[in-house]
Design a protein around this ligand. Sequence first.
Ligand SMILES: NC(=O)c1ccc[n+]([C@@H]2O[C@H](COP(=O)([O-])OP(=O)(O)OC[C@H]3O[C@@H](n4cnc5c(N)ncnc54)[C@H](O)[C@@H]3O)[C@@H](O)[C@H]2O)c1
Length: 236
Amino acid sequence: MRLCEQGATLALNDIDADALETLMRRLPGSSHLSVPGDISSYETARKLAAAALQRAGRIDILINNAAILHCRDITETPEDEFDRVVDANVRSAYLCCRAVIPAMVAAQQGVIVNVGSISGMAGMEFDGKSTWLYSLTKAALLQLTRSLASRYGRDGLRINAVAPGPTRTSQLRGLVPGITAEQENMMWRSTGAEKTLLGRVGEPDEIANVVFFLAGPESGFMTGSVVVADGGYLVR
Ligand SMILES: NC(=O)c1ccc[n+]([C@@H]2O[C@H](COP(=O)([O-])OP(=O)(O)OC[C@H]3O[C@@H](n4cnc5c(N)ncnc54)[C@H](O)[C@@H]3O)[C@@H](O)[C@H]2O)c1
């Protein structure tokens, strides 16, 4: 939304076509476009990049945000589930980077912001179960950030990541289908608020502000960085 307010043309993707359409209707301006679909498929990533280039003539910013939360011990995780989480969380970012970097290199400018997690920086459990697989994918995104920053700095690209702590979004509803509002509040309290120094979980806008900063000129001398926004969770 903040990028929109600054006059950016957005090319948005989500696998949830209805949610994407609802979001598109809320955006100010009429130049935005959406490409619904599974972003871990090359066809979707390619279509998204091509549509953005056609509409705007260039791609200034890529934000890799799609992910699914996974919370099941390694001994109980079947291979197809492993593949599904790695595809949604890592393959998606690989494909989007691959699709947009050529245009950014040609323009000798561009910014990529990867949405990681503090789960990629520590061992964590959620409701007694390990987040090992989610953590593994988020650690991969943080390393992708450093590796691509190293490779493409000479081409004028800046590549950074944000590592949010517990943030009140719809994430838990994906993890626990049918969860009630009261259960959701309780889970956010016990798995999030009680573990941060600020005694609360983050709000989506507080993470969006960091993404906005990393995407814009005020972070002009930053690349390969990971900005932690976790209310003090990790240092507690
Ligand atoms: N909420 C938190 O506490 C928290 C903490 C740390 C990091 N994060 C990260 O923030 C980002 C946003 O998460 P959120 O909390 O808003 O959760 P969310 O589940 O509400 O949003 C994730 C979005 O990704 C979409 N998605 C999932 N797989 C996809 C695929 N294959 N193709 C296209 N879209 C797909 C989902 O439909 C959903 O809209 C994620 O990267 C998440 O890992 C969230």
